[in-house]
Design a protein around this ligand. Structure first.
Ligand SMILES: Cc1cc2nc3c(=O)[nH]c(=O)nc-3n(C[C@H](O)[C@H](O)[C@H](O)COP(=O)(O)OP(=O)(O)OC[C@H]3O[C@@H](n4cnc5c(N)ncnc54)[C@H](O)[C@@H]3O)c2cc1C
Length: 338
């Protein structure tokens, strides 16, 4: 029997557990975590497909992982009933800049730089002088609904779930597992340990604004407006090495004032909730296999502000690494119950 432990039940861990179980239904797959939906980082996030704050992760990787996730979201949206919205997205800059066309621009629908006529229109609409910008069609996820969907598929295959907080990758609970897939996000800093992982605090507000049907990001002020089919996310902050998860009133004021300047009608939007979470920052996403103490570890963490943008493609890459290492894994004969 091949026993696989997946650490972390965020969007990345759950996706990996599901993918392994779907590809290898006879493997014993256990998802270990101390937090579950709706309390993971992704659950609180903006849910926008957009490569953002993921360090120097290469363009090729963003294109592969992001592209596969974009196609997956497109399919889910097309099926309907999955609470995924499709909408135009405007990425705007107040100063002129030389932007390089990202590789992923060829994957998304309708990517183009905005011309002066469109910038003038958006500047008038949002009372801000924009000097540059681009647009494309993207997807917005209601993350807790996506997690529900992924669990439905995982549970159908009788994948196991254990609520536990692991002290390290050598935790005795992992003794009988030949493969450990490490998706612990920010906690990889301690659990691996990996000092290249750091928090990027983000605070957002959720409001009801069902009349909005496009996403807008002001890259210079940091403000963004991300509607989906139920609520609208207003953001936001990105504060490096800040571990606070309580609401900061000055951040609240910054978010509401900035977003209301862009769309004054938000004054009338009912405020639902404030939230602050910690993005798992790293200089680049870590997705690689490592042999240590007779086990295969596959690391998949450090997705920064792009976990919901990369998760499906990263899960595919984890499967490829697992496949590559399978021949060196000896099946266990233990009768352990875990
Ligand atoms: C304000 C904000 C807005 C965001 N908006 C977006 C967005 O619009 N689009 C986007 O793509 N991304 C966005 N993100 C980023 C996104 O939320 C993250 O990249 C993503 O959630 C990371 O997922 P993960 O599964 O790797 O980690 P996490 O969701 O953090 O999950 C880690 C899991 O590991 C478990 N764990 C950790 N340590 C241990 C341990 N010792 N023992 C057992 N279990 C452990 C935790 O309990 C948790 O279940 C946003 C983030 C924030 C904070």
């Amino acid at each position: 029997m091949i026993k696989i432990a997946v650490l972390g039940a965020g969007v990345n861990g759950l996706t990996c557990a599901l993918k392994v179980k779907e590809k290898y239904p006879n493997f014993d797959v256990t998802l270990f975590s101390d937090k579950f939906t709706p309390d993971t980082t992704g659950d609180g996030s903006g849910g926008l497909w957009y490569p953002y704050l993921c360090g120097n992760t290469s363009q090729e990787q963003l294109m592969k992982w992001g592209g596969e996730t974009y196609v997956f979201l497109h399919d889910l949206w097309y099926q309907g009933g999955n609470h995924i919205s499709v909408m135009p997205m405007y990425e705007l800059y107040r100063k002129k800049r030389e932007t390089q066309r990202p590789l992923w621009a060829d994957l998304v629908f309708g990517f183009r730089e905005l011309d002066m006529r469109q910038l003038d229109y958006l500047s008038r609409m949002h009372s801000i002088n924009y000097a540059a910008g681009r647009t494309f069609t993207t997807f917005v996820i209601q993350a807790p609904k996506l997690m529900e969907y992924l669990y439905m598929r995982y549970n159908r295959l009788k994948g196991k779930v254990v609520n536990a907080k692991l002290a390290s990758l050598s935790d005795p609970i992992l003794h009988n597992f030949q493969v450990v897939i490490n998706c612990t996000g920010l906690s990889a800093r301690d659990i691996v340990p990996d000092s290249r992982v750091f928090p990027i605090r983000g605070q957002i507000a959720r409001v009801k604004a069902p009349w909005l049907n496009y996403t807008i990001i002001d890259e210079d002020s940091g403000h963004y407006i991300i509607p989906n089919d139920a609520i609208c996310v207003l953001g936001g902050t990105h504060q490096e090495n800040d571990y606070r998860t309580e609401i900061d009133d000055s951040n609240t004021e910054f978010i509401l004032d900035g977003c209301r300047q862009m769309i004054p009608g938000l004054e009338h939007a009912e405020l639902m909730k404030h939230w602050a979470g910690l993005r798992p920052g790293r200089d680049a996403v870590r997705l690689e296999a490592e042999e240590r103490d007779g086990k295969i570890y596959i690391h998949n963490y450090g997705h920064g502000g792009s976990g919901l943008t990369l998760f499906w493609g990263c899960g595919n890459n984890v499967l490829q690494l697992l496949e590559k290492h399978l021949s060196s894994i000896k099946p266990t004969t233990t009768n352990s119950k875990l």
